[in-house]
Ligand binder design. Structure first.
Ligand SMILES: Cc1ncc(COP(=O)(O)O)c(C=O)c1O
Length: 396
């Protein structure tokens, strides 16, 4: 049977493809410290589960295609609280940030179009974009510069007559880079100059560690006609399984086209939307506690990494990831070796090799992404295992 050329350009998730090695390693009784997946271990606020338990309608009906009004209202109020003017119809609910991105790409991209993305980037962007027939043009960054990308020369060098959009994750997955207000302005002006859509994936907005106020591209009124904000409850409320996200866009024509996809897929699950609405009433202390915990983790990982000779990385400012350049020949081979040949007291460590986070072939071969989603003691041990592993691997 024939498969589409579009799906055949896509690959499996580089984060999940080492699972068979994990299983074999665990069969030997070895404990693995997981730094490879961005599943937060923070407790989901209880109101989510209470709402599900208290649901008493006799029929579990389809929800309206753009979302349940109470859920939309909570997202609208949230955006107002961070300084963005919101009008009716600006917010629609999607099945996670993932559907928000997939549908946005389908609405704005055609065969042969190009979208600029700083690399390394969230690998699933490839699948979302290649299925439209468009191509990714990578904006290059380096570990030595802390993966910063908001540099006008670099952006200008990537533009071609086919460029339609620029997309970025802020705060960054996998880099932890957080844009400053000046950098957000620079990207906005660049997009205006070249008449580009801006897709701001802000699903990690709450996770910044240097005292920054909550920021969104949505406070710049002069880009409202071209700005598509991707949002989600997954990370904000540690509710990844809810599968509830949203698109915030003030361009009415975009929303009219987007609605075709929303209606075709009928609706987002009713119970999860209602429960997600309740999350927006969580006590603000929740965010303070969560951020404090992640900041401690970030500091622990960074200071432990700095003890390993040959490591190159800058302290990340946000999200709960960091990219690290290691003194090894190939981070995939090294990971497989850690899972098949190495252990210390029956323990080893797993990370995400960074090659899959790049568009450029061969880039990131000696880099890894760490998700700091374990408690500080476990993180310390995990990074120590990594250091021991590097020394042994290179001494073979
Ligand atoms: C950068 C980024 N965008 C979007 C998503 C999608 O999240 P969800 O579909 O759970 O909202 C993720 C998930 O890890 C992510 O890291």
């Amino acid at each position: 049977m024939k498969f589409s050329s579009k799906i055949q350009r896509c690959g499996l998730s580089p984060i999940r493809k080492f699972y068979p090695y994990q299983v074999e390693c665990q069969k030997k009784g070895i404990k693995i410290y997981h730094l490879n997946i961005g599943q937060p271990d923070i407790k989901t606020p209880e109101s989510y589960f209470e709402t599900v338990r208290n649901f008493s309608a006799p029929v579990l009906e389809y929800a309206p295609s753009p979302g349940i009004p109470v859920t939309i209202k909570k997202v609208e109020d949230y955006y107002r609280s961070i300084g963005m003017q919101i009008d009716p119809g600006d917010v629609v609910i999607t099945a996670g940030g993932s559907e928000a991105i997939t549908f946005s790409m389908e609405v704005i991209l055609d065969d042969g179009d190009e979208i600029l993305i700083p690399e390394p980037f969230y690998p699933n962007y490839k699948t979302f974009i290649y299925n439209t027939g468009a191509d990714i043009v990578a904006i290059p960054t380096t570990a030595e510069e802390g993966y910063h990308y908001a540099d006008l020369d670099r952006l200008e060098a990537a533009v071609t007559p086919n460029t339609r959009a620029i997309m970025f994750t802020n705060p960054g997955n996998p880099t932890g880079v957080v844009l400053t207000a000046d950098e957000r302005r620079l990207i906005a002006d660049f997009a205006k100059k070249h008449d580009l859509w801006i897709i701001a994936d802000e699903v990690y907005r709450e996770f910044t560690y240097n005292g920054e106020a909550l920021a969104t591209m949505g406070t710049m009124e002069d880009i409202w006609d071209r700005l598509i904000i991707i949002d989600s409850v997954s990370k904000r409320f540690s509710a990844c399984g809810a599968r509830v996200g949203s698109v915030v866009c003030k361009n009415k024509e975009f929303q009219a086209e987007f609605m075709k996809l929303l209606q075709a897929r009928l609706s987002v699950p009713t119970l999860d939307q209602l429960a997600s609405a309740s999350l927006y009433d969580v006590d603000p202390q929740y965010f303070k506690d969560v951020n404090e915990e992640y900041k401690k983790r970030r500091d622990t990982v960074y200071s432990e990494l700095m003890k390993i000779p040959g490591i190159v990385c800058k302290e990340p400012q946000g999200a709960f990831y960091m990219m690290v350049k290691m003194p090894v020949d190939d981070s995939e081979k090294f990971l497989i070796w850690l899972l098949t040949e190495f252990n210390d007291n029956n323990e080893t460590v797993m990370y995400a090799p960074a090659g899959g986070f790049y568009k450029t072939p061969g880039a990131g071969i000696d880099e890894m992404r760490i998700a700091y989603i374990l408690n500080c003691d476990d993180l310390k041990r995990a990074i120590q295992l990594l250091g021991m592993g590097i020394a042994k691997y290179n001494a073979r």
